[in-house]
Design a protein around this ligand. Sequence first.
Ligand code: SAH
Ligand code: SF4
Length: 391
Amino acid sequence: MLGEFTQLLGCSEPSLKRQFEAWGQKTFRAKQVLQWVHQRGHSDLNAMTDLAKPLRERLATHFPLTDPVVISDHVAADFTRKWLFEVGGGNGVETVFIPERRRGTLCVSPQVGCAVACSFCSTGAQGFNRNLTSGEIIAQVWLARSLLLGDTKPSPIRLAQATLPDSGQAFDADEELETSAEADGSHTRPISNVVFMGMGEPLQNYEATLEALTTLLSDHAYGLSRRRVTVSTSGVVPMIDRLARDCPVALAVSLHAANDDLRDRLVPLNRKYPIAELMKSCQDYLQHAPRDFITFEYTMIKGVNDQLDQAKELASLLSSISSKVNLIPFNPFPSSGLQRSDATQIRRFSEVLLQQGIRVTIRKTRGDDIDAACGQLAGEVVNLTKRRKQA
Ligand code: SAH
Ligand code: SF4
């Protein structure tokens, strides 16, 4: 289990400062703890020698430490790496690292399964168990960093036998999200970018996602710029609006269809928040976003949403918003009954968008030999939704 250490991992700087205040401690101590934990990768409080012993003991009582467990660890032919982390109750979540020449992107999961149940997504097919805590989200970053650095100093990470079937989810490297190494030196760290594109819908776990984002951006923790952290959402409109105010990081919206009729079928959440409302919310988000465009993800499914008149419809929908379209070749998984669009069709589709003045990229599939590509992550989900029980 990721264990109670995750409670400490999940405390953002403001939360930890509040805790220290309540203990009558100086709040700059919170900064020191964050640096020990997130920047130096320590989980052993005794190693934090610049903290007085009574404070260390208090922290240890409040945030008892247990050993995190990695259930499986796979490396793909293209060096994409996927971990299955145990989160208790028979559940496991997947986290994917996509190394590239000038950046390392970590794809984290915010939930065990997903309740949105998009018809083309392996995570959706797994059903839903629970939200992860902010600590369990940050633990994925902390563990990945530690494992990538080959750092054995933090509390022992037990590599459990891969007794559970490996079905992992995947993320495809998205050239769209970050193209240049920046002067901040982030590209020299193993993890330079974090994307919420793993298992689950981050904006249906808003508070934990927000707390985790705060730690990712904090100078005393991971210090990532807003441009290097992306939240991907199937379109939870009220929460997009809140994110704009609370923590406007880069936003990717999973569109997949340009009309409500088709989107209702592909992304059931569309019945609640139809395209017109979603577009309005995206338009408003742009006023706060760290980039001057919204990324729209569009999974290319053969014969479903890949026709050229659908490309024209998409171009017309996006004509009034600053956007980049990211075409994702559909990644098949057992039981989907769907097929990936042909490469030539994807290219033609992209050309129609380009002709209409819409910026577009085709996402490169990464890690599909270990089921680590977009939409392939399944993890281990003890499903608690009625839908699956009935099925
Ligand atoms: N729940 C969030 C983030 C996780 S999914 C969301 O839906 O945006 C990350 C991306 O993978 C989304 O754009 C999603 O639509 C896409 N995706 C899901 N299943 C896929 C599949 N089988 N093939 C390709 N992309 C898929
Ligand atoms: Fe959930 Fe995203 Fe998969 Fe839809 S695509 S089921 S929102 S994880």
